[in-house]
Design a protein around this ligand. Sequence first.
Ligand SMILES: Nc1nc2c(c(=O)[nH]1)N(C=O)[C@@H](CNc1ccc(C(=O)N[C@@H](CCC(=O)O)C(=O)O)cc1)CN2
Ligand SMILES: Nc1ncnc2c1ncn2[C@@H]1O[C@H](COP(=O)(O)OP(=O)(O)OP(=O)(O)O)[C@@H](O)[C@H]1O
Length: 196
Amino acid sequence: MTDPQAKDAARREARARRDAIADHDRSTASAVLRDRIAELARDGHLPRGAAGGYWPLGSELDARPALLHLKDLGHSVGLPVSGPRGTALVFRDWDPQAPMTAGRYGIREPAEGRAILLPSLLLVPLLAFDRSGHRLGYGAGYYDRTLDGLRAGRAGAVVAIGVAFAAQEMPAVPVDGHDERLDWIVTERETLRILK
Ligand SMILES: Nc1nc2c(c(=O)[nH]1)N(C=O)[C@@H](CNc1ccc(C(=O)N[C@@H](CCC(=O)O)C(=O)O)cc1)CN2
Ligand SMILES: Nc1ncnc2c1ncn2[C@@H]1O[C@H](COP(=O)(O)OP(=O)(O)OP(=O)(O)O)[C@@H](O)[C@H]1O
């Protein structure tokens, strides 16, 4: 297993880079992400069915314009609900008009009672990525467990798209055996297909 300190150091470095991005560049990146997701959809790379997104936290790239576009295309879109550490994420149907609540870690999530979705497409937040599709998150393992579960249940049919600023790229993210790889990475600069 990778030294946990190596992952923590990589997290700190990636976090500092993400925090340093200017507001103007953030809104541009958000719009470019939407356009790149639209292009992937037009080119037939996105599975039908529900998509899972995320409500932006801290300095993360805001994927909401991309998620609203997916809704316009007819996908239902869910946002993650975090249970206790050690569990997989559950996705609740997101309607911008419907009530939200503050969940664990203070992240906004659709209120209880909204339908649970099983996404075949996931937009995945991250702190750092590399070109072989490895990602580093906050270190609770939520997305590894979630992808593991969805991939086991659907014979690999889930498409995972990492969403990041180009500045979050590292030459090689420290990895462990349980780390699930991404299928695509979209930044403001490129749409990167991960070959496996
Ligand atoms: N926007 C967003 N939503 C998401 C995730 C994410 O990475 N981004 N998650 C991805 O897994 C899940 C939540 N995972 C989390 C795991 C750990 C911590 C955490 O340890 N937070 C620290 C403070 C973080 C900080 O500000 O640096 C804490 O609460 O002490 C937060 C979220 C589900 N929803
Ligand atoms: N599929 C899994 N089954 C069991 N344990 C797992 C699994 N995936 C991850 N873990 C455990 O979860 C913890 C955190 O994993 P890791 O450091 O890879 O998180 P991360 O990918 O950075 O965070 P996140 O996925 O929450 O954004 C580790 O202790 C790891 O052993």
